[in-house]
Design a protein. Sequence first.
Length: 156
Amino acid sequence: MSASSMIPAETMYPLENPVAKAWLAAAFCSAAAWAADRCTVAVLAAAAAWECRLLATALQATVLATYVMGAVIREAREIRGQRDRELVEADVTADELQAERERFRKRLEASGRYPRIARFMEAGIDPDDPETRDERFEFGLDCMLDGIAARLQSRG
């Protein structure tokens, strides 16, 4: 039995005037308001989704709000980590920094325990690159909304 099948039928109603209820989407996302750039995108997406009747249940709205809050918390951690790295790296030359990264990558590779991370490092890929934050957030939000839409379509 799925979690959504346990939702009482009276909560799974189509909204009569979904645009008028767009403020509800904003309310569900307001817990992440301290990260205004992310919250604005999510609220606009949620309002559009509401208009398409994608968020007709409290469960779906909660799932979306949970994604937004999780993404904002991860982004805050990335920013803090980046700031800490910059402080440490300020006292090291570029050559010293590159040599240390190479030593770390070789130790990681030699251990055999983290082959994917070693390949990322060898290829110069940074999964937490600040340049990809918006893209990663939008991709995840699109996946969430597409998943909700597909689930609703499959139920007819």
